[in-house]
Ligand binder design. Sequence first.
Ligand code: GLC
Length: 635
Amino acid sequence: MSAFTVSDGRKRLAAHLADDPDLTEILTRYDRWAPDLWDGLAAVYDASEVLPQVVDVLASVHQDRSPALRQRDRERVLRPDWFQSADSVGYVAYTDLFAGDLQGIRSHIDYLSDLGITYLHLMPLLTPRPGENDGGYAVMDYRSVRPDLGTMSDLSQLAADLHAAGISLTLDLVLNHVAREHAWAVKAKGGDAHYRDYFYIYPDRTVPDALEKNLPEVFPAFAPGNFTWDDEVQGWVWTTFNEWQWDLNWSNPDVLVEFADIIGFLANRGADCIRLDAIAFTWKRPGTNCQNQPEVHALTQALRAAAHIMAPALVFKAEAIVGPQDVVAYLGQGEHAGKVSDLAYHNSLMVQIWSSLAARDGRLLATALSRFRPIPVTSAWATYLRCHDDIGWAINDSDATAVGWDGFGHRSFLADFYAGEFEGSFARGMHFQSNPETGDRRTSGSAASLAGVESALVAGSAATLQTALDRLTCAYAMVFGFGGLPLLYMGDELGLLNDHSYEDDPAKADDNRWLHRPAMDWTRARHDSGVAERVFASIRRLITARKTLPALHASVATEAFVTDDPAVLVFRRQHPAGTLVEVYNLSESTRVIWPGSVAPLDPGPLVEHISGRTIDLSRPVKVPAYAAWWLTAPE
Ligand code: GLC
């Protein structure tokens, strides 16, 4: 029998869907994306063996897709840049901490709309293992909702309501591992060879010991090592994260077919974006650190092409918290350009914003960002100041050297500074996963506590509090003004502080990332006349201004540089829709900016879009502490 080809796949799809009213449409999409699917599969597997199975998934997912979602597909094919536009603003929330359950979220859609949100990432909500579950990232069942949050039908209803309000829904997809209670792992433990091959299991320490030589530890403090002995499988299981998170064997094509089906399932419940959790770890290559391997991108290309055929309304967001030299590949470089994830977290920008505020100096930020390779014009960075994870001080040694700093020294400074241990520090965070072997220390803490709001409230000084609030707004202005999809982390719009209540919960006490996962404070959100109201007003002002500036569309890059004064940072966006020049004072003292700094804008009166004022840059101008200005030429 001759090998199965792309055109055999088309015939198979047409046969499955012979009676489907949208047959022509899906075949047109197949013609468009099947070559990408094939190339992705062929880079890793025997594509002629895997393609027929993927085609079966495409057909069944399409059959299960509702008329409303099929219409959404048509709209998104006509507006593929929906997540890139200046109008797009994201919000990230835990369902329970934000609103109790999925029904509760439905009753808070007006809050999100009022804030200008167009994209909602609900943190892991699929059924996790009982007990400790890494904030839901140890999934036991990808096809059911965590029971206390609701049901799959609640999720579909919520998605429909969000869509009606102009809000897209993002769900997590944990690709690298499943909970050891997941049905696949249970079958492997029961001796089923088919499922045993879904995991990496070794009879003794020979291979694990060899692999460990090159593997870093993600959670050295509470989950040292990368392998865990399991009595039931009688073997060492690869467990990069916690010992109850079993890494999947993506070299087995059955794993890919399972995930193609899960992606289709979630898309059909109304997901618009899938967050590819810990994607950097999915391909293992002995002798390497087993992150960022080229096969990861081939597999993503195959999955995305499949998604575009069965549910083109869906986009992918890569969660690859890796160095600047590796992260760009997740948006597509070389043969994968424009064919992998549509969005990727800009971890470096986040780290550099915090670094620049601690140092009162934008040179390292400007140097690091200027070294980024360009991303496809169809993709976008997801920009953020805080998320549910710790901050790893990913400062590149060569970037630090370029500005005359020592990389290790600066990383240590940042860890101390944001833990509040550096003399004079405004921050109140905590160390996360201190690793005595490497000297690496990461940081937990809420945006407001890290930006100085907590220490200012303790000090009781109105002036210090104002400075801290301005610092927080300045940081968020960089996030909203960078171009790309800005993500507001739940509670940051109210300046919520660190929450120590996790220390009393045995399932959370070991993991101080819960410090910055406070529950939403609805009393303060609606009635507070202090910090919450002031932060909320500032954030809303940024969002409103952002939406009026087409130059923030993600399709062009931001240039970053400092003026003669390293504390005055400039972002410049030269977009066909107009040029936007942004000025940030990274310090608590007044600085001066000279007319030439805002080139190519002509010196003279400029419109500042956050405040609505005119700023005359025909002569040197004072820039107040932590000012953030978004400037364009007058109309
Ligand atoms: C991602 C999540 C993090 C989790 C890890 C393992 O990095 O953001 O919270 O611990 O993946 O799933």
